[in-house]
Design a binder for this molecule. Sequence first.
Ligand code: BMA
Length: 839
Amino acid sequence: MMASSPMHLIDLHDISWKFGESGKTARLPAKVPGCVHTDLLANGKISDPFYGTNELELQWIGHRDWEYSATFSVPGETLAEDHVELVAEGLDTLATIYLNDRRIGSSENMFIARRIDIRRHLKKTGNQLRIVFKSAEHYVKSARPNHNPRDINDPVGRCTVLRKEQCQFGWDWGPRFVTAGIWRALRIESWSVNRLDFVRIDQRHSANQDSVRLTVSPRFATSQPARCTAILSLDGHEACRSESLVDTDNKTLSLIVDAPRLWWPAGQGLQPLYDLELIAIDSETGAEIGRRTQRIGLRTIELDRHADQWGESFQFVVNGRPVFAKGANWIPSHTFVAGLERSHYERDLRAAAEAHMNMIRVWGGGIYEHESFYDLCDELGLMVWQDFMFACTLYPHDDAFLDSVREEATQQVERLHHRASLALWCGNNELPQINKEPLRDPSTRAGYEKLFHALLPEVVTAHDGATPYWPSSEWRGFFDSTHTDGEKSGDTHFWEVWHRRAPVSEYERWQFRFCSEFGMQSYSSLATQATFCPPDDDNIFGPVMENHQKNRAGNQIISDYISRRYRFPKDQAGLIYLSQVNQAYCMTVANEHFRRISPRCMGAIYWQLNDCWPVASWSSIEFTGAWKALHHAARRFFAPSLVSAHILQDEQTTISNYRKSGDGRVDLYTVHDGVDSRPAVLRWSLHHLDGATIETGERKLTLRPGESTRQKRLNFGRQLAAHGTDRIFLRTALEINGETVSGDTVLFAPPRFIPLQKAKTKITARLISPGEFCVTFKSPVFLHRFKFEIEGQPTAWMSDNFFDLYPGNAKSVTIRTTASTTRLQLLDRISHRSLVDSY
Ligand code: BMA
C-alpha cells in the first residue's frame, strides 16, 4: 500500500473521456482506466466478448487504431507552479500523446510509467488531451511477416518485440483480445522547488532478529536539501522515528526497531504490517515537499541453495526458518486487466489462503499486478514469486529493446521492492526449457544471457538489494534440464502428466527439489458454462465449447485420463463432474507426494489457481468464483497437519490384471507444517463396501515442525485376497485434541472397477447466523466424491465439498448463501451427486 502527496495532484479519471477509431469522427463515452473492448461493450457496440464464439467475430478491434480524448481545466495555482507533469502509470501500448494538438510524448511499453513535462502547453481551460493507440496486431504482422501459425511455441503469433501483456495474443487457457487503452492511473502533478520521487526501504535484521535496522532512502526530483522525518508505526502506534537532512552528502535515514513483530507466511505466524511514513520538508522554505506511506513487513526471505546430500537445496527460508512453499500459479484475473481493483483479487487470493497456501507465483505471460494484489498478499501471508513478464518464446536483445526492459524492470522493482510478501524475482517463464536448440547457438545464448543473466539481476541488486533473483522458471542451467537434474537442484516444471499423458503415478517417480508447475485440466461447472454457452449449442466437443478449450489436445487428454480411472459418463454433467474429480485426484497424488518427500522437495506450486475468462483449464477456481473439486482438495492436501496414504496404484491396469496386482501395502505418512510439536493420533480403518468394518488401528504420535514421517506400514494383502480389491476401502484420519484435521479414503482399485451402491442421502440444515447454515449429510452407503450444490447460488461458500460419505457417518458443512434463503428453501434447492451417479 502506498500513499503519497505531491503538492498538487489532479486525477484525470473522472473528466469526460471519449474514444473512437482514429481517422473517424464518431466518438463514444469512455472509462479511464479502461480499454477499448470494455468501452465498446459498455456502449453496446459489441456483444459479450466471452459469449459463444464472439471472440472470433471481435478480432477486428485489435486491427484498428483507436484514440482517447478529454477536455479539462486546471486551477490557477497549477499553472503557477514551476513544474507541471502528466503522469501515466500505464499505456497499452503503442501510444502517442497530444496535448492541445501538440505531440508531447509516446510510449511503446505497457509496463512503463511515463512522466511528461506539460507546463508549456497547458492553459487554464479547454485543454485537450488525446492519446492515440496504434494497432498492436498490425505491429505484430509487420514485425513478423513470416510467422508460422504452426509454431508450437507460439501458435498465436505474439510479438515479442512489443512489451505488451503476452497472453492477450491468446494462450492455452485464454482468448486473443489485443487491447488498447489507458490501463493504469493518469494524473497531473504540479510542484515547485522539489518533489518526492521515490522511497527505498532496506531492512537489516540482527542475528537473533531481536532488532531490525531500517534504512530509508528518499529520492527527490532536484538536489535541493530536504528535512526528512521517517515514522514507523504499527496499528496507529508509533514504534520509532528518525529525522535527518537529506542532501548530496547524506541520502538516508536510519531507524532501529527493537523487539520487532515479524511478518510470517500464512501458517507460520502472523502478518503484522507496519506503516512507514516519510515526510519531506524543503530545508529553505519549510514547505512540505511530499509525504508517502508504505506498508512493510519486518522479515527476511532468502532462497537457500546450499550443498546437501541430494545436490543443492531450493527452499525459501523466512526469518531463518525453512518453509515448504504451498501454492499455485497466478494468471491475470481477467482478460481485460485495465483498472483491476482489490475486489477483483480478493475472492481468489482469500480462497488461496483458505486452501492453506503460502505462495503465489505471478506467471511471466501476464502483467506485473496492480497494487491491491500485493496488498492482499501482504495481508494474507501469501509469498509472491514474481516473474518478469517474459514467457516461452525468445526475446530480442538489441540495445533499444534492452533499454526499454531496463526501464521497465527498474520501475517494477522500485514499485514492489518493499512488499512484505515479495519472495523472489524470476527472469522468465520457461524460455531455456522451450528453446534448448536455439540456445545452443552461441550468439543467441549470449543475447539471452544479456537480458536474463546480466540486465535483470543487475536491476534487482541495484534497486532491491534483498530479494533473491532466479533466472527462469524452470531453471537448472542451460542443458541440465532432464528430470533427473531437477531431483538434484533448481525448480522443475513437470508436464509428463497431462501434456505427455504419462500415468498419474509418474509424479511419484521423481524427487524434485521444488515443483513450480504441474497440472491437470478440468471443465468448469454447468453454472459457469451457462454464462457463455447458448443452451442449444452446449455439446462439449461443439464449436462454442471448443472455443472455450484453448489447449489443442485438451478435450482428448481430459477424456483419456478420465477413461483410465472412471466409467464412461452418462451425460455432460457427468463428464464435467468426472473431469473435476479426476483433476482433484491427480493434484492430490502430486501435492501429497511433494510434501511427503520434504525436505528434499520444498515447494509445490500447481498450475493454476485462477481463470481470466470462463474456460476449460487447469484452474482450481472457475472464472465465476466457483471452487472446482480441486480447490476443495487443495484445502485437504495442503492442510497444515496432513495424513497421506501412499499405495502403489496402476490406473492403467486391466480388469484381468488388477485383481492379481496390489500387494495391499499402504504406507501412512504424516507431514506437519506447524510451528510447534503437537501430540496427535493417527487412525485407520478398513471397510467393506457392504458397510462392515474389517479392522481398525491407531497410533499415538508427535508431529514435529517441518517433518514428513512414515508412521506406519500396513499390509492388507490377506484382506484384499479375501474380499476383493474392488470391495474394500481404507479410511484414514489424523486427530489433534480429538479433532480430525486430515483424512481421506484409499481405494485399492480404479474406481471404474468398484461396484459402488446408490442410496438416498439424508440432508438436514440448521441456521447458524443470517446467511450461514450448517448442513449435514448422511448416507447409509459409502459415497465417493459426494458433490452438492445450491440451485441459483453456484458461488456460495462451502467449507467442504466433493468429499466422501461413510455409511452412517454424518458429515457437516458450513454454507454461506449468496442470496437471502430460508432453511426450507435451502433444503429444497440442494441437489447432489457422487461418483455412482455419473454413469
Ligand atoms: C506452462 C505455463 C503456461 C501454460 C501451462 C499449461 O508451462 O508456463 O505457459 O499455460 O503450462 O500448458
